[in-house]
Design a protein around this ligand. Structure first.
Ligand SMILES: [Zn+2]
Length: 392
């Protein structure tokens, strides 16, 4: 009988201990480029109750024929602390190992190499004029980076008990986003203007799903699409690369794909189709267009949703605030503010992302506004202006 336990020594360091009645030291073998680590102990049974897993970077602990298999979400650094009959101990650490500047024709990026699963976040500090990138639970093993270019003036790395912080002084200011790769995090610094930006415009609902229904029968899916197509036109005229989740009255995935799944899974398949489009095409910004419904008829006005659950939350909020202000100015309806909510399409889109709830179809005045060509064009103009300001 053997026991496996994972203990967090500090946010940066974890100990995996296997102890029990095995007669020899373990033989270690890596699989999947180190994402799995087998410890051969000879014939042994492990008490499932002691397979205590409380570490986010670990994928799981499994029994193999002759020992224990540890799997990781991403390869951490590991060191064998003890290895003998009856007791094997590994130390796992999550580290940030260095940073490099990468240049393409249109943008520059800071590429961070990491060991282990890191959960970065970045925010723009307007007062200090720096982008602050945080890697909780990591220590920095590299040297102070000597990264400098026409876009990046200065990069400073510091580590403490909570993790690593990188401060970047850049002409990009708030024009940045994080992309995550395996054992790698990239901070992309974008040039000003709309040219070359990949923007996903998502017309909410469609096809089998009408969305909200207005008092006089206006369907949300139709209004959303009308607005989305107008936004597309304005962005394309300004040089953006626009990807539409739909351009007709269909769902977010082709009908044959949707029909292939049970009815209960259609909504998730539909929504996943929308987030996949953004993630697979490395979108810079995701804008989901919706209009609202309150069955009680009491609520009205404009709100813009963002979520703090994705690692570009700070940029999502920055865009949400611009869109909220511009839409309220354009429509003159009640300002319901920006709201933090993890709606599926903004939670699972990796880029900065917002969901607009422009007006209430359940409010007679607002439903009639949404029937007006002029109002729909003003809405599109307000969204377009927000993108312009966001990339200023
Ligand atoms: Zn909706």
């Amino acid at each position: 009988m053997a026991e496996v336990q994972v203990k967090e020594v500090s946010p940066q360091k974890k100990l995996v201990t296997i102890q029990g009645s095995f007669g020899s030291a373990a033989t270690l073998k890596e699989f999947e480029g180190g994402k799995s680590l087998a410890l051969y102990l000879g014939p042994v049974t492990v008490n499932p109750a002691t397979m205590d897993l409380n570490a986010r970077e670990m994928g799981g602990i499994h029994l193999s024929g002759n020992g224990v298999l540890l799997s990781f979400r991403e390869l951490p650094r590991y060191r064998v602390v003890a290895n003998g009959p009856g007791r094997v101990q590994l130390e796992l650490t999550t580290t940030l190992d260095g940073v490099q500047l990468q240049k393409s024709d249109t943008r520059q990026a800071l590429v961070f190499q990491a060991h282990g699963f890191v959960t970065p976040s970045a925010a723009y500090d307007d007062a200090a004029g720096v982008i602050r990138l945080r890697f909780p639970g990591t220590s920095y093993t590299g040297s102070q980076p000597a990264v400098q270019s026409d876009v990046v003036q200065n990069v400073q790395v510091s580590s403490d008990d909570a993790g690593t912080t990188v401060q970047i002084a850049s002409t990009a200011k708030g024009r940045f986003l994080i992309r995550r790769g395996v054992n790698q995090v990239t901070l992309e610094l974008l040039p000003a203007g709309l040219t070359g930006k990949t923007i996903v415009v998502d017309a909410g609902h469609g096809g089998y799903d009408p969305g909200a229904l207005g008092l006089t029968g206006l369907q949300e899916k139709a209004v959303n699409l009308d607005i989305a197509l107008r936004v597309q036109k304005l962005l394309e005229q300004a040089g953006s690369h626009v990807l539409m989740t739909r351009t007709t009255d269909v769902a977010g995935v082709p009908a044959d794909q949707l029909n292939a799944v049970p009815k209960s899974e259609r909504l998730i398949t539909d929504l996943t189709g929308r987030t996949d489009l953004a993630n697979q095409n490395k979108a810079d910004l995701f804008i989901s267009v919706h209009n609202n419904l309150d069955p009680s008829g009491r609520q009205s006005g404009t709100a813009v949703y963002w979520t703090n659950t994705n690692f570009n939350a700070d940029r999502s909020l920055a865009f949400a605030q611009l869109a909220q202000r511009n839409l309220v100015n354009a429509l003159g309806r009640q300002d319901d503010g920006t709201k933090n909510n993890d709606f599926y399409v903004i939670k699972y889109t990796e880029s900065p992302s917002v969901l607009l709830e422009i007006l209430f179809l359940s409010d007679p005045t607002e439903e009639s506004m949404l029937r007006s060509d002029g109002v729909l064009q003003n809405i599109a103009q307000a969204v377009f202006q927000s993108v312009q300001q966001y990339y200023q």
